[in-house]
Ligand binder design. Structure first.
Ligand SMILES: [Zn+2]
Length: 104
């Protein structure tokens, strides 16, 4: 099951744009950050299991922030070639460096 969507918008006289949306319930991992004094930048298993986690303010989602702010949405797509852009659930994957996405 996917907790994240891409919403594609095409407006007359404008570029195609995309917005990422988080539907994960409050308390989900993507809505929290490592709250240790040194704040792990990456979510390792050890961090997940043993560190203290706090919720981002205002329901912010780590995955949506990454996908929205770290590059062009089509360049972060990592899936099979497609011929139809659609608003739909996605799967976001951390590849050790950045998040990429593909349709769920
Ligand atoms: Zn999320």
């Amino acid at each position: 099951m996917s907790d994240h969507d891409i919403q594609i918008t095409l407006r007359m006289g404008d570029d195609v744009s995309a917005e990422f949306i988080c539907r994960a319930p409050e308390g989900s991992l993507c809505r929290k950050y490592c709250d240790e004094p040194y704040q792990c930048e990456y979510i390792t298993q050890e961090c997940k299991d043993t560190h203290r986690w706090s919720a981002f303010p205002e329901g912010q989602c780590n995955i949506v922030t990454w996908l929205s702010e770290s590059g062009l949405w089509w360049e972060m797509y990592e899936g099979p070639e497609i011929h139809e852009l659609k608003s739909a659930p996605i799967v976001a994957t951390w590849n050790g460096d950045v998040y990429t996405w593909e349709y769920a």
